[in-house]
Ligand binder design. Structure first.
Ligand SMILES: Cc1cc2nc3c(=O)[nH]c(=O)nc-3n(C[C@H](O)[C@H](O)[C@H](O)COP(=O)(O)OP(=O)(O)OC[C@H]3O[C@@H](n4cnc5c(N)ncnc54)[C@H](O)[C@@H]3O)c2cc1C
Length: 496
């Protein structure tokens, strides 16, 4: 392989050309080789592998696969402009992936491989297997930090442990950021030497993953993600702290699907927010001092970072286990009818049903409502959080293991920095507070749209006739006694 200067970039959840660390280093390596008198074999080749077996086992939602394919199409065109062909390969399952990557490198005379690390257990093991295969073959494979701002393991407590509480973790990230003088955001690479290879056409769909969510709800590609970020920064970020909890408002960025597929990076998000921070003060970090909306939004982006660090530092969460082992002793309800009613948005609690129906119709749910629906499932119905986690993953366009697992374990009080077990949201109070005019309920539960006044939040309080006329279920459980049951169950495992 001596004399070959081609580099292979393996794209996974980083489908963009700007601020893509692996792409940056692959292109940099090729330029360095050419500058050192490299031959005409120079150039960069891109690879994406479709792995239906892995996607099924990891519960990829059809909407997420659809967004991946549409984003790949944009990525392929962007890369072609840089003379980088994007090859699309297939592997049956994750175990077959290392051989496919090595075979691609060999076939196209690539001496080095660059990829951005993923931190879920199966994915981290796969990457270790790829590196080992490349070493055996005498080739170089390098993983890069990209999905996060700070490599998991680089932000630790004074005792050298991973943080398990968000606020000190955030403080440590901010200190890192200040010491490093900010975050590095890579530009798109310059045009590369031609390889003579043609990009592989991106398939329109993958067998078994046909999405019912309209694609125009979530346009694909990096350019769209950047436009969405700019629009949010220009119009909404300053009001983020006030508006973010109201599901009927367009108060949040809706960037989560783009962060999940990597059409945008967390560094680009934070950089854009920092550029909008016009209240910088010497000696104070602009990550936590400035307009409230801006610093609050940055903090939310760092929650994502926190959960990724937890995924890397505590691999048991990737094996379906609770972060707090004592909670494994809870005996959850196996009421399948309740679970099915929750999935379909037929629980009889309007705010819960609105959220679950938003998930089915948009592939997305507002954060406040994710918490309400998750708490209702795990506390009022007392159904295992893992069953809700799976349903969310199977339906979310932004399905992302670290955030989904973190959000579910937080809501179920089984996780790190979780909501205390006795602080259970009352869905009706939440509904009255955060959807006071019921705009969100009316949109997603149209059979209740005609109810005036606060009864729309609790239609079981309506008098007999108007209530009988509604094509809407009675509540599955009594909110107060089901709440007590959950508290007692948690108390019992603490005392055991
Ligand atoms: C039960 C449950 C399940 C969840 N599942 C997912 C999931 O699969 N994928 C996912 O990306 N997020 C998940 N979240 C977190 C959060 O609900 C979404 O990130 C957020 O609603 C996305 O909307 P946005 O992009 O408008 O967020 P914004 O409010 O604009 O925030 C910007 C970004 O910060 C990150 N972020 C915001 N809030 C959180 C949070 N609480 N935890 C972690 N990261 C956060 C996201 O990347 C988000 O895109 C879940 C939360 C809960 C409670």
């Amino acid at each position: 392989m001596a004399g070959d200067m081609r580099a292979l970039v393996w794209f996974r959840s980083d489908l963009r050309v700007h601020d893509n660390t692996a792409l940056h280093y692959a292109c940099h390596a090729c330029h360095a080789s050419r500058a050192a008198g490299g031959d005409s074999g120079a150039g960069v080749v891109g690879l994406f592998i479709i792995v239906p077996g892995q996607w099924r086992r990891h519960d990829y939602a059809p909407a997420r696969v659809d967004l991946i394919l549409r984003t790949l199409r944009e990525l392929s065109a962007d890369l072609a402009r840089l003379n980088i062909p994007l090859l699309i390969a297939r592997a049956r399952d994750i175990a077959d992936v290392p051989a496919v990557v090595l075979e691609t490198a060999r076939r196209h005379a690539c001496a080095s491989l660059h990829f951005n690390r993923e931190y879920e257990l199966d994915e981290a093991r796969r990457d270790a297997a790829v590196i080992a295969e490349f070493e055996r073959a005498g080739l170089v494979a390098r993983g890069h930090t990209d999905q996060v701002c700070f490599e998991p393991g680089s932000v630790r407590t004074g005792e050298g442990r991973y943080y398990t509480v968000f606020t000190p973790f955030k403080k440590a990230c901010i200190a890192h950021h200040e010491r490093a003088g900010g975050l590095k955001v890579w530009p798109a690479p310059p045009r590369q030497a031609r390889t003579g290879l043609e990009p592989t056409p991106v398939p329109g769909h993958i067998e078994g993953f046909r999405s019912a969510i309209p694609g125009d709800l979530w346009p694909g590609g990096e350019a769209h993600a950047m436009a969405r970020l700019s629009a949010f920064i220009e119009t909404a970020i300053r009001r983020y702290k006030e508006d973010r909890d109201y599901p009927a408002e367009a108060g949040t960025s809706r960037l989560s699907p783009y962060l999940a597929v990597g059409a945008i990076s967390p560094r680009q998000c934070i950089r854009a927010a920092l550029e909008a921070n016009d209240q910088r003060r010497p000696g104070l970090s602009p990550l936590e001092h400035g307009p409230a909306g801006i610093v609050h939004w940055i903090s939310e982006v760092l929650w994502r970072e926190f959960y990724i660090h937890i995924t890397a530092g505590f691999p048991r969460v990737c094996m379906g286990r609770a972060f707090q082992p004592a909670t494994e002793r809870l005996r959850w309800s196996d009421n399948e009818e309740h679970l099915e009613a929750w999935k379909q948005g037929r629980t009889g609690v309007p705010i819960v049903d609105a959220g679950m129906r938003q998930l089915l119709s948009e592939g997305w749910m507002h954060n406040r409502v994710r918490m309400i629906t998750a708490m209702y499932l795990t506390k009022n119905l007392f159904i295992d959080w893992r069953r809700g986690e799976k349903w969310f993953m199977q339906n979310l366009v932004d399905g992302f293991f670290a955030c989904n697992n973190g959000g579910w374990q937080w809501s179920a009080s089984t996780g790190t920095d979780a909501s205390p077990y006795f602080r259970i949201f009352n869905p009706v109070s939440q509904s009255k507070k955060f959807d006071a005019d019921a705009g969100y309920i009316r949109k997603h539960v149209p059979e209740l749209a005609g109810i005036d006044g606060p009864a729309i939040h609790e239609p079981w309080t309506l008098p007999g006739l108007p209530r009988a006329r509604l094509d809407y279920p009675e509540p599955l459980v009594d909110l107060s006694s089901s709440r007590e049951r959950a508290i007692d169950a948690f108390k019992a495992i603490r005392m055991a």
